[in-house]
Design a protein around this ligand. Structure first.
Ligand code: ACM
Length: 266
């Protein structure tokens, strides 16, 4: 099946939710695709100095400003969207991603592998790795940023049936884009990493994000890679049949050839 997938790369302004929502709306209005992936913490920015700052910009996964924007765009464009949010749930804060479908349904993933200072700001994800049906029942698995460094994340999503991994990110280390090519090859699926650009400055601290959002194929080809700074949405047509074929050679299959009895079990 042909499927049009997109990545939206931009530079969110720290703590300025209103401006970031407007920016996302501007970038996405009129762009037709089956699925578009946006960065991690897209409406809030990233470099919080304390929990109070996160709380100020956090939102409900199902009824918050990001969910509402994506529901509106999903209905207008008949597209599914994935975006990262600072999620408020009861007295907890999670670094989460939501998937919003054209029928208005919202699905939730909470980042499992928190990166560096995130451990002082967010609770670790408690929902497991999750695969959801997008438009036309296409199974998409969700990961957020630093989940990339643990191959188990993508592996679990593939074993749960994902044909595409939607990867919202705020990348700062220089290795992820290359690693996601391997994640694609070893799992024989598509990946869409939507990273952000720019620099967050807060109270003497500073973090610069690497851009280079990309879409990769089960053969490890990069069908799109943006540069470090551009803010734009790009789309590409993929053939999902490629993600259904798990044979590397006629006699090698990435699922059934596994020898899990020899793998380290904790
Ligand atoms: C990251 O996980 N945002 C680096």
């Amino acid at each position: 099946m042909k499927y049009k997938i997109g990545i939206c790369q931009f530079n969110p302004v720290l703590m300025d939710v209103k401006q970031n929502i407007t920016r996302m709306e501007k970038l996405l209005t009129g762009v037709k695709a089956d699925l578009i992936v946006l960065p991690e913490l897209a409406a809030s920015g990233y470099l919080f100095k304390n929990i109070d700052e996160v709380r100020k910009v956090s939102e409900n996964a199902y009824t918050g400003v990001t969910a509402n924007l994506l529901k509106k765009l999903a209905a207008e464009n008949n597209s599914s969207y994935v975006a990262g949010i600072a999620e408020k749930y009861k007295d907890k804060l999670f670094n989460s991603a939501i998937l919003v479908n054209p029928d208005g349904e919202v699905h939730l993933y909470r980042k499992i592998h928190l990166f560096n200072e995130e451990k002082n700001l967010f609770s670790p994800g408690d929902l497991g790795f999750r695969v959801f049906k997008t438009k036309n029942d296409v199974p998409v698995g969700l990961m957020v940023c630093f989940d990339w460094i643990f191959p188990e994340s993508a592996r679990t999503l593939m074993l749960k049936g994902a044909q595409i991994i939607a990867h919202s990110a705020n990348l700062v280390l220089p290795w992820c884009q290359r690693s996601m090519i391997t994640r694609s090859i070893e799992n024989r699926l598509f990946t869409a990493t939507a990273n952000r650009t720019g620099t967050d400055d807060n109270d003497g601290s500073s973090l610069t994000f690497t851009g280079m959002s990309q879409i990769t194929t089960p053969k490890g080809e990069i069908i799109y890679r943006l540069n470090e700074t551009e803010e734009k949405v790009v789309t590409a047509e993929i053939d999902l049949e490629e993600a259904l074929n798990k044979n590397v050679t006629p006699l090698n299959h990435v699922i059934t050839d596994r020898r899990s009895e020899y793998y380290y079990q904790e």
